[in-house]
Design a protein around this ligand. Structure first.
Ligand code: NA7
Length: 297
């Protein structure tokens, strides 16, 4: 879905694994980009490529026609948006009436609604727009956005999304994007967790993990995520593409939402226990496929 873009003034907050390559693609497409990151040194490469570095989230938002945020979790986003007491440094305070704010962090639908209300007070249009595709998708401009919010606003941001994504879905009002994203990550966590369990069994039985992978790839059990993750799980290569700490966060957000809605998710709850254990034991940042380590004790 690549669309050629007229240069726009864009602010981008959050230069982690995902935000950095997304920002680089926006710069390469010719947009005027102002970035802010809590750890300023992570902006070096982008500044060298032409981005302006803001001193505060508020400053990153102040000139922006479009503001994007890509931070780790709900507390991080609240800090960035509402700022620190007495400092007047939050991004919301900087946003101009008429601008569009797009959040691509994975957060709760409840926080989405709080942000939507704060934006409405300021005549700012807001989309929840979490993504899937990992850091590879972010680098290649191949992300998939899941959008909640007004359809006419989405139309306006499509030229910008087209720089970062191959596809996007309009899923309903604010919160719909996050709800679908949490449900999808629940499936990924369970699939990878199930693969880890099956590999543990096969290997303990004296067979090779590769045998299970080969058969699975020729069967109905085949899936994109398992094609990518299972060979790395057998090798024990857990370099983070989607960090386990973030998958653990998403399982928590999914269970909170299920609790609010009165839906029982027993398999998700069990999976979260396993991810919690591995997260607690890990000394370094690992990919979520490291859930495999639960069976390597
Ligand atoms: P990363 O690589 O962990 O990056 C997280 C970003 O969030 C990074 O820029 C962090 O800044 C920033 N962050 C974290 N806590 C805060 C606080 N308290 N205040 C301001 N900024 C903060 O995550 P990804 O890029 O892989 O993922 C981003 C989102 O997409 C996440 O919701 C995923 O679930 C999906 P730092 O550089 O550490 O100073």
């Amino acid at each position: 879905m690549s669309i050629s873009a007229t240069p726009r003034r864009i602010g981008l907050i959050g230069l982690g694994l995902m935000g950095r390559p997304m920002a680089m693609n926006l710069l390469k497409a010719g947009h005027a980009l102002t970035v802010w990151n809590r750890t300023a040194s992570r902006a070096q490469e982008l500044v060298a490529a032409g981005a302006k570095l803001a001193k505060t989230p508020r400053e990153a938002a102040a000139e922006a026609e479009f503001l994007l945020t890509m931070v780790s979790d709900p507390p991080a986003l609240e800090e960035v948006l509402w700022g620190h007491e007495g400092k007047n440094d939050g991004a919301l305070g900087g946003l101009r009436a008429g601008s569009i704010y797009i959040d691509s962090s994975t957060i709760s639908p409840a926080l989405v609604r709080k942000i939507a209300a704060a934006c409405a007070e300021r005549q700012v249009r807001f989309l929840d727009a979490p993504v899937t595709g990992g850091d590879w998708g972010a680098r290649e401009g191949n992300l998939v956005f899941m959008i909640g919010g007004d359809e006419a606003t989405l139309k306006e941001v499509e030229p910008i999304l087209g720089v970062m994504a191959k596809k996007w879905f309009h899923l309903g009002p604010n919160g719909a994007g996050q709800t679908i994203k949490l449900a999808m990550n629940g499936i990924l966590a369970l699939q990878v967790g199930a693969m880890a369990e099956a590999l543990a069994l096969v290997i303990r039985a004296g067979l090779r993990g590769e045998q299970l992978i080969e058969v699975m790839q020729a069967s109905m059990a085949r899936s994109g995520v398992l094609d990518v993750k299972s060979p790395l799980m057998v090798k024990g290569d857990f370099k983070p593409s989607f960090p386990l700490r973030l998958m653990h966060k998403d399982l928590g957000l999914m269970l909170d939402l299920a609790n609010q809605l009165g839906v029982a998710l027993p398999a998700t709850a069990a999976a979260r226990e396993v991810y919690s254990y591995v997260k607690g034991e890990a000394k370094e940042d690992l990919d979520y496929s490291a859930v495999m380590r639960f069976w390597k004790k």
